[in-house]
Design a protein around this ligand. Sequence first.
Ligand code: GDP
Length: 302
Amino acid sequence: DAGLEKTKTNFFEQLSKAVVGKSTVDEAVLDDLEGLLVHADVGIETTVKVIDRIEARVARDKYVSTGELDRILREEIAGLLEDNNSGSSALLDSAGTTGQPYVIMVVGVNGVGKTTTIGKLAHRFHAAGKKVVLGAADTFRAAAVDQLIIWGQRVGVPVVSHGMNTDPASVAYDAVQKGVEMGADVVIIDTAGRLHNKVNLMNELSKIKRVMQKVIPDAPHEVLLVLDGSTGQNAFLQAKEFTKATEVTALAITKLDGTARGGVVIGISDQFSIPVRYIGVGEKMTDLQLFDRHTFVNSLFK
Ligand code: GDP
């Protein structure tokens, strides 16, 4: 878990400070814990939920030692996160090829690591023996199309692209069509995330969906929202806007290697009831982990 080192150190050090010289979990310890969770970007709603649950345990058991706080926190936090054994994670974990395209539509604003995440994902699926097709439907930015093509070459998977300023829905249609023709296991479609024009965003995403459904009626099978884990409240706001614009079914949270505040993973997943599928822990092709709630929670503690 090298990628989560900063969050782990930050969280663990502060937790140790909060309980130093104290044997029982009292009001003051809970106050410190609350501050710690907020500071780690868990978000206020989820923090209050965690504190309430621990308070209830303290009230029930009368005496909870600070030595037990680690374990209790792990249980409460893990309880807020969902298992990650469905959707594209299950496909990644399965053996062999299905010959049926599983379509992942990837959404998120520029700069969060969307293209990089798609490249890393393509690599993981490819390395797992799956046939992959990428669709460069973020046609709004020249760099996005070029970068995706470079990732495709690096990983060794085809990229369907019509260039910049072309119709994103038509790119998505062709990519899904190519996936069917090739007997691909997974088609990953990049999209433009222009949040400043919400109506446009909503229309564009629904048009992309509608058009790909002409090829595969139940596509997209997963709508993966990519969020930058180092941006705290901005990531929460983006989750709010994107869940309004389309049905988001899974999360990828990036740049957790660069932040001491990885609590955003817990807060966003809990608040929006969306499972975290992947976490990004670096810029390299291999720096994408399949999210596991127990591994993640354990990585917050020493
Ligand atoms: P996009 O605009 O959302 O497509 O973002 P990019 O994929 O181009 O990524 C923006 C920058 O973030 C690039 O410099 C990436 O290398 C970097 N990046 C993406 N994911 C991660 C990550 O998990 N960790 C780190 N440290 N950097 C990342």
